[in-house]
Each structure stands twice: as C-alpha cells, then as structure tokens.
Design a protein around this ligand. Structure first.
Ligand code: PMP
Length: 315
C-alpha cells in the first residue's frame, strides 16, 4: 500500500490522486510549492520537520503573490502535515512536497475564479547532490527578471527555466548550474542559494538579485553568526568573484550545505572542501536532526510522546 497523501481536505493513498489532462497548472505552470525536509533522529526515536511553519508561511506568501489561496492557515498546514507523517508512521528522512495549484480544467491564461487545489505528500530523500564537493558551471540560461516572474515566490513555472539550466550543466559533465541575473550578477543555483567565503566573511547575494530567499540561507546566516562568529555580507556578487573566492558553497532544503570545489573547470580556492563549508555543514546537520539543544525550536517533532525532553514548538 502506498503512503497516504493530503488532497483538498481528505487523506488518500498517494497513487490514487490524479489530475486531468486539461488542468490549468499543467499547461501554464500556475502552481506554488514548497520543499520541506523531516529528519529521523534514531536516538530520540523522533522525526523532526525543519522550520515547518516558516516553509508554510512562504507557501502562503507565494500563493498571495500569485493570487491563489492555500485554503488552510499556516498552523493548519503544519497540523495536517504532522498528522500525515504520523499516520504514515514515517521513521526515515523524508522530503515533503506541498503544492497549491490551479486545478480547474480550462483553456487560456485567465486564472481568476479558477479552483485552487492543495496536495501534500512526502517521499524518502537522502542526499540530493553529492556531499563531497561538487563541480559547477555558470549557466548560459539566466534567472528571469523579478518583474517577469517574481523570484520571491516559489512558482512552478519558473522551474522550467531552472530545469534547462540544470540539464545543460549535467549534460556538460558538471554537477550543478549557477545562474546569473539578467544584469549579469550571480543569483543562485538551480535549486540552491550560494555563499562565498571572502576575507574571512560570508558573502551572499541579496533577494533583490532575483533569487528565492531560502530558509536554509536564513538559518545559515544566523548559525554562522551565533555559533562560528562569522558575519554575512548580503551584496551583489560579480561572476569573477567566483574565481577568486576562498570557498563557495550552496545551500537549500534538498541540497543542505554542499561545498563547491570547482567552477567552470577552475578550482575554488585550492580545489579542496574548505574549513568554513565543513564547519557550516556539520553544524547545520546537527541542528536539523534535532541534536543541537539551542535550535530545537526549529525542529517540529512529529511523533507524540516519543521523547520527553523534546517539547519545543516550531517558530
Ligand atoms: N533557490 C531556489 C531556486 C530553490 O528552489 C531553493 C529550494 N527551495 C532554494 C533557493 C533554497 O531554499 P530553501 O533553503 O528554503 O529550501
């Protein structure tokens, strides 16, 4: 039997949820979605969903940008997700995918008054890209200008471009694509934000450079400051800085913290995984798995009564 999934108010086996061929979102990319990880902590016998409410707040914001309704409040979305994971008795690392989409079966771009549907399901997920240092290229495909498709919203249609960039990179033998803005500034990876280490500081492009303001990115900025004494400068980054940075790493819910050892066939720093990326990755992995007491309020426990010490509510 397949796992249950949530679909417009009901829980049903995932393989029984289907959409019609004329569904608006299928043709025009009119959906908004999230990617959330939940980590299994074997010692505590607990599953922790990382920054669950923050992801759902972003889903609702994405829906608002697009004039859609998530149909549930942030707290209700959290509750439904917790219920789903608990009922499916999940005891492994999973990736949770909520999607709000225009489910009416109509032709044409006019989207007002159409039905918005909500699905939430999960799949097992280990490492998304290699943890041992990846090789990137700067893509020939550019991140679209925010005045065409707003980057702050995680809109399905925008990923058509990201998929082109990722495909180009993989077919050329790289592990991931880095995109530039239409003005030629470094924006982000196809599904990750980017950090550079320059002169002992972290540097990352600002949301104004047409990137998704990642929840991992925000977590790392906070963790770097509080735990490693590293300040982050948010500023536009020139392409050439990728070639002279001491270290570069990508981050995202799926990618976690992924060190970059080569860009456009040139070594980053000395071509080895650097100390800052190593420290950030170790710290982040402790935090998300619920083994760092100071950040338990980022980790929403799923299974009731699994571990008495863990009572923290999500932010
Ligand atoms: N940028 C893009 C384009 C993404 O798809 C993602 C993944 N959601 C990110 C950045 C990282 O965001 P987060 O840390 O919230 O997963």
């Amino acid at each position: 039997m397949t796992d249950l999934a949530y679909h417009d108010g009901t829980l049903r086996p995932l393989d029984q949820i289907t959409v019609g061929i004329r569904t608006h979102a299928l043709h025009y990319g009119t959906g908004v979605f999230e990617g959330i990880r939940a980590y299994w902590n074997a010692e505590a016998e607990q599953l922790y969903a990382f920054r669950l409410a923050d992801h759902y707040a972003r889903l609702c914001a994405s829906a608002k940008v697009y004039g859609m309704q998530a149909s549930l409040s942030v707290e209700e979305l959290c509750d439904v997700t917790i219920d789903l994971l608990a009922r499916n008795e999940v005891r492994e690392d999973v990736y949770i995918r909520p999607l709000v989409f225009k489910s009416s079966e109509t032709m044409g771009l006019w989207s007002r008054g159409l039905t918005d549907s909500l699905v939430i399901y999960h799949v097992p997920l280990g490492a998304y890209i290699s943890e041992s240092g990846i090789r990137c290229c700067v893509s020939s495909w550019r991140r679209p200008d925010g005045n065409f498709v707003p980057a702050r919203a995680k809109i399905s249609g925008i990923y058509a471009g990201m998929a082109l960039a990722r495909r180009e990179a993989l077919e050329a033998g790289f592990d991931e694509a880095l995109t530039l803005t239409t003005h030629g500034k470094v924006s982000e990876g196809s599904g990750e934000n980017i950090f550079l280490v320059i002169d002992g500081k972290l540097v990352t492009p600002p949301p104004g450079d047409d990137l998704l303001a990642g929840i991992t990115r925000a977590s790392l900025i906070e963790l770097a400051d509080a735990e490693l004494g590293l300040r982050t400068v948010e500023r536009s980054v020139n392409r050439s800085e990728l070639l002279v940075a001491d270290e570069v790493f990508l981050c995202g819910t799926a990618a976690e913290v992924t060190p970059v050892v080569e860009i456009d066939r040139r070594p980053v720093g000395d071509g080895e995984i650097g100390p800052v990326a190593t420290a950030m990755r170790e710290l982040y992995m402790r935090v998300v798995r619920g083994t760092h007491d100071d950040y338990l309020d980022w980790c929403r426990p799923i299974h009731q009564g699994a571990h008495p010490a863990v009572t923290a509510a999500d932010r």
